[in-house]
Unconditional design. Sequence first.
Lengths: 400, 445
Amino acid sequence: MFGLNTKDTRLLILVAILVVLAPFILNPFPENSAMAQFNAGYPDLMQRFVIFGIFAIGFNILFGLTGYLSFGHAAFLGVGSYAAIWMMKLLTMNVVPAIILSVVFAGLFSLLVGWISLRRSGIYFSILTLAFAQMSYSLAYSVLTPITGGETGLQPKLNDPRILDGALAEGATPKANLFGLEMGASYELGIGGWLFTLNAGYYIAGVLMLASFYLAIRIFRSPFGMMLRAVKSNQQRMNYTGLNSKPYTLAAFVISGMYAGLAGGLMVAMDTQAGPERMFWTVGGEVVLMTILGGAGTLIGPVLGAGMIKYMENIISKINSKILHEWFAFMPDGVEDFIVNILYPFIGKGWHLTLGLIFMAVVIFLPGGLVEGGQRIARLFGRGKKASEKDASGKTTPAE
Amino acid sequence: MSKTNLTRRGMLKTSAVAGSGLALPTIFTAQSAAAFTNEPTGSSVTLGFNVPQTGPYADEGADELRAYELAVEHLNGGGDGGMMNTFSSKALQGNGILGKKVEYVTGDTQTKSDAARASARSMIEKDGAVMITGGSSSGVAVAVQALCQEAGVIFMAGLTHSNDTTGKDKKANGFRHFFNSYMSGAALAPILGDNYGKDRRAYHLTADYNWGYTTEEAVRTSTEAMGWETVAAVKTPLTQTDFSSYIAPVLQSGADVLVLNHYGGNMVNSLTNAVQFGLRDKQVNGKNFEIIVPLYSRLMAKGAGANVKGIFGSTNWHWSLQDEGSKAFVQSFGTKYGFPPSQAAHTCYVQALLYADAVERAGSFNPCAVAEALEDFEFDGMGNGKTLYRAEDHQCFKDVLVVKGKENPTSEFDLLEIVEVTPTSQVTYDASIFGGELGSCNPGA
């Protein structure tokens, strides 16, 4: 279907089902139970899952296929965000022009950065992209304050021009919408003790994520994708055979930059705010982590990695000592305090520590990322068919 | 492409399942028409405490969280009641807010606008918080304030000193108790004039971001108005840790006062560098060379150590104040945590109490009702003397403290001494000077 082979079609359909049912899957615990702490099915986090999924899918096209490790993708995310917010301020609060322009601008900027950085490979390439990202961050933070709003960033204001929109109703605030459908609009579905939130913005981002995923599959399976894999396995040999690999790597760089721009544009569409810290190098490092954690070079891996990291960041970081004490309240006082003291460094502000431990464990024991973990489990249960299917779709080659 | 076999039986089954699936939502939906976002319906109400737990302002964040926990304890009737006993409004009973027990959720802003908004959104969407408070940077405050305006909850700003928060970025759902750059400038200038003379030549080093700009602007305007001359204003990168290359040109410039528009670690480093260069022992234009730090905090003074001795600055509140409110707050904070609270802790504690009080007086958690109760609300007994929450820009107007690094500190907390309490009238300004539009309150839902 859609020019994909059966296995890829199944993978796409599986991802589509997951995206559609995410509000239910991510809210497995009833609203008022103690475990509700671990529910992730609220609009903001679900939007983040798919947006960072797009970001990681795009990054994987560059890193997973060509092996070029870029630390500068945060810059494209930021450029996309700024382009989108300016469209909203100047043109209309409708997200369509914002998203299109964010992709275009990120594409142009990545063309410039890629054209310069791709003159080198390996660590030198990584350092060049890192330098570009840091430059963009510093520019956005201070020098370009009139355009970027500096540290404070940009938000839609009541007195923005918004040429295409009519005047706001009295007392209304400008809200991002798709032809009138507000991104924040949600339908709350209460079933028994459960409460599921079906959010318009999430589904719009989800559709775009599926489109990006489909495009990524097509790229992975195309002759162009094959050429990129050749760059990863031995670029010198390619050059000796008389092939100029630079147009291919540059194209891959720009494509992944545009994915990052799309993610940036969507971030603004879902939450109308753009700030410079989106360009900070740690954001670029985070997408590297996502890709490796999930499985570099696999199709579904980066999406899983993105989900994992965002879940940790938003759920683990919100557990505080008060909640721990509630959990272990059934224990005798001394034991309770002891356990709480042991767990405390790993929750709340210590979520980085937990993430670091998981990352280490994955890299050491599952070099192929979470996807490899899934395959091992599948093999363990003797589901040979399933495992081979994942293999084919995943092409698990460990990150280099 | 897979083959599909369309049979009558299969067709019937599928449509039956699909039909019941479509009908399901209408059966189970709990259609509660809430009047505003996160209307608390149970026996408790949830507040969101969004503070930096990691990053450059983690110290301030930790102190803010302590203050919030103390405030919740007092609101629920625990502890000694703290400032609730000295607060001029007596609406709070110590039985929660409107009889509902106060619960809270915490989050980490990481001193980043994006992370702060993500954390605030999860509090609103997941935990049902009806008010968000906290933060330790103006960028974060502005970002979260805009979010709360959109979502329809009240935002009570924590430590944010930039003019923008209640200036060009003000929002109807946002309120700030802390003072701002303009007030710092207006309070400092006369003291500086009295102590250092009215014919000084000032050299500014300014942190290169919004807060730095507004602070430099405020200090420049108010000192130039009394006759000082600004020799130069140099921007320094926020990430700078060694300021020696910025200090060296100061002496050649013929300036005799150095103004450090820096906060946190920046200020600690630049001040230390300046003192090490021996600036304070120099004589320029026949006068002693002086250094000024517009925004002081106890945590910064601690970092800079002995270098702060004799250096002027301004602050929102200091624990050594001797009014009843401050004494009660320091007493209960000290009893619980073993050391005196910082100004960040004070402003956050006061904000939590002010919100609870406004809800009690309004008789509703509706953001519009709360905003109305806060607007033009005059109160006393919260440590800053008579205070007014101005309706035009949701900024508190109160006395500003001008402080000086203490020459002979008696303990590690006793680093600043209060030089003067600048009266409110001297730091009040017209609400329209910074531009921006307040808009109208948004109850959401």
